[in-house]
Design a protein around this ligand. Structure first.
Ligand SMILES: [Zn+2]
Length: 537
């Protein structure tokens, strides 16, 4: 484990020499302030491969597709934002300056992601008997509340789609002038047959998709992949949110806002665009087509596309699950800490599907509690946000340079090895499970000095964002199911299952009896859409 520590930091001919020279060279690089660690690599959906991340500007533009604010964000939505936050933290770790934009969709997103029909916000407003503006404000606030609870770093800008409609119209006018569009009674459409690389991101079989993928029927639409830039009001149907345009009164298409707002806030070309995997097949494909048509410079609009995988609910896709999808507030109500959910998410790689079950979050809460309890003894932790700061902090605790030169395998050299593991893991496409594993291993390793361990913990947490520096263990103090022995646990599981069965059979009397029995055991059962969860009071 220690063998590769210094050598990975060194390039070129240094590799031809022995270990001592390599270590000395590492120290020389340190003096020149070039401690960048491993090359950051990310999986680019455009081309479907791991690539070196090479910024093309002094400040990296990062655009993340944000929420449509017509309902509470659910746990699956928040997974996407924790993923974008991990990317943010990795860029900070590498001292790559970032400008991060997350859009708030408050207009333009029609029900079923379609090109016709009502706006999601207008439907919600009618249902809740509130104004569209109230709905947008309320659910935007709910989204910010969840972001804060999950310790997600705030973006630099959260533009609202409704503030950019004039620019969207100008954008569509330019596409019209360039011959990319046609007008039909339901609005202005983008002609995807005019876009040479259309569907590349989705690796789309366009011929197949034209026949099968889009079920929506739009009168006059030339190809099934064509999409609305402007949705003109139907005669006699007046939208709540409406603007005047060259194509009549109406509202923008859903895809337009992201192209317009990202270019307005990050420049015409920028480096990174993220979103949930569901956006890779349609929304992002259309963003690329209209943006490259608009720019017309023959260059790819955005260099790196990163997509976070689905959260599954008891092994089913959320879109296909019946009933309401749990949200963060449901977990909190059931006795979980929001950062236990964050830890649960980081325990899986962002490109893997992750199955949400009550037991999995239970285990995450127990792990977080053990971590925080262990780390409390090490506080205060040093302030570390970047790899360079971590290396400097390790050097400052006294051991790194001399240990490396005299080949002393003990003490801070062990800490340095863990730091290298953490850096290597986050650098290779944000492998948070490996960062967590390195952290846990370091905490168990008696070779690491307390001072070195503080730096390792602070470094891991700069990337994981679990608030290990200040989270109060009392906040996680609920007795955890993992404190039980196997027999106790099996008995509780049996009772909970029996109660679920009784409820399924509408045997309310028996269900109540079992609840009372569980009560006596100090077990609190909460029924969530994902099934019953329980914890100890
Ligand atoms: Zn978007």
């Amino acid at each position: 484990m220690l063998a590769g520590t210094g050598s990975d930091l060194i390039q070129g001919t240094d590799r031809l020499f022995g270990g001592a020279v390599q270590r000395a060279s590492a120290d020389i690089r340190q003096y020149h302030g070039q401690m960048t660690g491993h090359q950051l690599k990310v999986y680019n959906s455009l081309g479907r491969r791991i690539e070196d991340f090479t910024p093309s500007a002094d400040v990296v533009g990062l655009y993340s597709c944000g929420p449509t604010v017509y309902s509470f964000p659910h746990l699956g939505n928040m997974r996407t934002h924790v993923f974008a936050d991990t990317l943010r933290r990795a860029l900070r770790w590498k001292q790559i300056p970032v400008r991060h934009v997350i859009n708030i969709t408050d207009v333009g997103h029609a029900v079923a992601d379609s090109d016709t029909g009502e706006d999601k916000l207008e439907v919600a407003a009618a249902k809740e008997r509130r104004s569209v503006a109230d709905i947008a404000d309320f659910y935007t606030q709910a989204y910010f509340t969840d972001l804060a609870a999950l310790n997600v770093l705030p973006a630099d800008v959260y533009p609202r789609a409704s503030d950019y409609v004039e620019q969207m119209i100008e954008f569509a006018v330019r596409l019209e002038e360039r011959g990319y569009t046609y007008q039909i009674p339901s609005g202005l459409y983008f002609d995807t047959s005019k876009s040479p690389g259309y569907g590349e991101l989705a690796m789309m079989d366009i011929a197949g998709q034209r026949e099968a993928a889009r079920v929506e029927q739009v009168e006059g639409r030339r190809h099934k992949t064509d999409f609305a830039l402007w949705r003109t009001e139907e005669p006699g149907v007046r939208r709540v949110m409406r603007w005047e345009s060259p194509w009549g009164w109406g509202a923008p298409g859903w895809h337009l806002e992201c192209s317009v707002m990202s270019m307005a806030l990050l420049g015409e070309h920028f480096d990174m665009h993220t979103g949930g995997i569901d956006l890779r097949e349609l929304h992002h494909v259309n963003e690329i087509a209209q943006s490259e048509g608009y720019l017309g410079d023959g260059k790819p609009w955005v260099k790196y596309w990163l997509h976070g995988e689905f959260l599954l609910l008891n092994n089913a896709k959320i879109a296909k699950s019946s009933g309401p999808v749990p949200r963060l507030a449901d977990l909190i109500e059931a006795g979980y800490h929001p950062l236990a959910y964050r830890l649960f998410l980081l325990g899986g790689h962002y490109r893997s599907q992750l199955d949400f079950t009550p037991n999995a979050v239970d285990a995450a809460q127990a792990t977080l509690r053990r971590l925080v309890t262990r780390v409390t003894a090490l506080r205060p932790l040093p302030r570390v946000e970047t790899y360079t700061q971590a290396r400097a902090a390790l050097a400052a605790v006294g051991g790194e340079t001399s240990a490396a030169l005299v080949g002393d395998a003990a003490g801070d050299k062990a800490a340095l090895a863990y730091l290298d593991q953490i850096d290597e893991a986050i650098s290779l496409d944000l492998a948070t499970p490996k960062v967590l594993a390195a952290l846990q291993e370091a905490l168990r390793d008696s070779q690491v000095t307390p001072a070195g361990l503080r730096v390792v913990v602070a470094s891991a947490d700069a990337l994981l964002g679990l608030r290990l520096a200040d989270l109060d263990p009392a906040e996680l103090d609920r007795r955890s199911a993992t404190d039980l022995d196997q027999t106790e646990r099996a008995e509780i599981e049996r009772l909970v299952a029996e109660r679920t069965k009784a409820r399924g059979e509408k045997n309310w009397h028996r269900a109540d009896e079992i609840r009372t029995e569980l009560d006596h055991l100090g077990v609190q059962v909460t029924d969530t859409p994902a099934g019953p969860t329980w914890h100890l009071r």
